[in-house]
Design a protein around this ligand. Sequence first.
Ligand code: 5GP
Length: 193
Amino acid sequence: MNFLEERIAKDGIVKEGNVLKVDGFLNHQMDIELFNSMGEEFKKRFAGKPINKILTIEASGIGIACVAAIHFGVPVVFAKKSKSINIEGDVYIAEVESFTHKCKNQVIVSKKFIGKDDHVLIIDDFLANGCALQGLISIVNQAGGTVEGIGIAVEKGFQVGGHLIRNLGYHLESLAIVDAMDASTGKITFREQ
Ligand code: 5GP
């Protein structure tokens, strides 16, 4: 097991409904040493790519993206969730259905912050059905930029997102892939990587 898998096995809690709770170290209380190791690992896995910007989505992608950004020496842009349909200003918009909250949000990014010359690494905490990622990819495409890669902390390999995004041809790297989890026993099975 790698460092993230070990931490998930130790502190992750399997909830009903295919939800893995990692709020003690990843998306509520945040273990910054762990984030630093994740940033280092992303830097290794995307070595040689001309990444000049990291894009993530609020809220729980932001911490991971910011620490990773130190390793890449690039700025972070985060897509803002907005319930309003009447969005003002010059923004890219994508529709994202939330896996955990079961609602649809529009996410927006100002046109000032992503453009055709950008080579973007997309980062998020979880990959489940791939909606959040498809929204972020759509924003980079609208901007005419290039998606150089996608870095995920925890992919739930038993949901469709990973398959879908890899089939689209993107370089997707997930630091931990959960192939199965059982809420009654708490057992988590990781994919060999
Ligand atoms: P997707 O759009 O791929 O279906 O879901 C990804 C988003 O849903 C992530 O941004 C993450 O915030 C949230 N998410 C999906 N599955 C889980 C989960 O098992 N646990 C937690 N904590 N968040 C999840």
